[in-house]
Design a protein around this ligand. Structure first.
Ligand SMILES: [Zn+2]
Length: 99
């Protein structure tokens, strides 16, 4: 199992080098245990959307940068919302390493 995971990581690394503009999809986020950070372009309100909820609503192949087109700001109601992957798992890992 470890070997397979390593091979997959290596392949993804190569794919990233070949195609720097590769779009993250919801299924990728689930595999990497990251959330989706949303920020309103109008009022600056920020929130984090659970990937599991987005997956249920949009499906695993939905591109992360386009999630914002389906969202609405909970503060001002604007539909001008930017989304990007939020590496919550990495933050937890680094905290664990320090502690
Ligand atoms: Zn807003």
């Amino acid at each position: 199992m470890d070997g397979r995971v390593m091979g997959r990581m290596k392949r993804e690394l190569l794919e990233r080098e070949d195609n720097a503009l590769r779009v993250e999809r919801l299924a990728d986020l689930l595999a990497g245990r990251v959330g989706v950070a949303c920020s309103c372009n109008r009022c600056g309100h920020r929130a984090e959307a659970p990937v599991t909820l987005l997956l249920a609503q949009l499906g695993p192949d939905f591109p992360v940068p386009e999630i914002g087109t389906r969202m609405r700001c909970g503060s001002c109601g604007s539909k001008d919302v930017a989304t990007r992957p939020a590496p919550v798992a990495e933050q937890r890992l680094s905290q664990a390493a320090v502690g």
